[in-house]
Design a protein around this ligand. Sequence first.
Ligand code: ADP
Length: 458
Amino acid sequence: KTSNYDVVVIGAGGAGFSAAITARNAGANVVLLEKMPAVGGNSLISGAEMNVAKNWVQPKLGINDDSPELHAQDTFKGGDGKGDMKVINVMTHQALDAAKWCRDYLGVRFEDDNLFFFGGHSRKRALIPVGHTGTEFIAKFQAKADELGIPVITNMKAEELIKNKDGRVVGVKATMDGSEYTFNAKGGVVLATGGFGANPEMVKKYNPKIDERFKTTDAPGSTGEALYMAERAGAELVNMGYIQTYPICDPLSGAIELIADARFDGAIMLNQEGKRFVEELQRRDVLSEAILNQTGQYCWVLWNDNIGKISNTVKAHANEYEAFTKQGIMTTCDDLKCITDFTKIPFDQLQKTVKRVSDMAGKGNDKDFNHRAGLMDMQQGKYYVIKAVPSTHHTMGGVRINEKAEALTAEGKVIPGLWAAGEVTGVTHGTNRLGGNAYTDIIVFGRIAGEAAAKAAK
Ligand code: ADP
């Protein structure tokens, strides 16, 4: 079966929805293809915090010295200088506009008095969606797509990009239940198929160090075949070996423990001996490596109500609280003795560590690991503790794009008719994506790609 559109968007995560909605608003007849039975991808299960320098919450927290330039520098440095500064600058400079679009046009609700301070950032700058997950975004994306009459076809897997004799991408061959479908795209195709973190063979192929020990945090659709599809169409794949593990995950399923985000407000990480071993706000790669160097290759994340009343994660992630407690990897205690009973961490050392942390509370006082936000007083319960391991999380590599989200060949030539946005691309984050940058990336470049593909159809 063949159908004709101005723009075909592949992948219904945050990047794909942003592209499709923007293309539609630019006057294009657009379709969104999703291979899974449900939309959302990694964007749905993400914590969905979004880094935006100069956002509207910062002044309320007394942060008045942030800038897109600083955000760009942090991003570049956080990726060990392997990101493309031109692309990064577009992301950080358009972040505020993208966030306002989400808030004002899509109706995404953000917490208006709280921000996230992710590792590797020099300023607290991540907006937090209500509920602290991507559900808020994806629900609003889906509602807007419905309102605009954009067909979102699930169970439809893109298999091959179609090129005309001039080398322009003019459509997509796809399959559903073994039947073949052709989607012609007058303006072009936007590739928004996400990463390959849920494909262990592919992960190991590009980075042999990330082997069977790692589970994944990712949505089951993050298997990356579309990267090979882009490669067959002439796109260059870059930085494929840079694969991020998320340090704090469920040892059984591999899923992120969003409840342990109390870390961003002062929760500490302990090894089985009851000692801190790393600055808790370090980059994810540093944390993951540090955890794998501890006894048993896991750690414990510990916090008390003093921290919990700020981070609010037990309430915000009530479902996790229940599940992890039932599963036996998390517990709640009135005192440290009970934490010892559960974790088998030696009581003396636990007490010592908690006392030392409390003595060093406040910004600039952590003599051991230089906690950038400042440790918190942890002398009083209640206490919460959860066991955590690193798992495969984000694949930084992918299709090389330029600052217009155009896909490029190995010679640096634009592939006409092909745009890419989101985790499928490979030049924004360098070796290591900083927390809160995925949502900024997908929305900024999704919009750019959608707009450009729509224009090309005119
Ligand atoms: P991003 O954050 O970049 O938007 P996501 O993981 O949120 O990435 O979304 C990517 C979506 O693309 C997922 O829902 C995934 O199932 C879908 N997808 C991946 N490969 C294909 C494909 N070949 N055809 C259609 N959809 C795909």
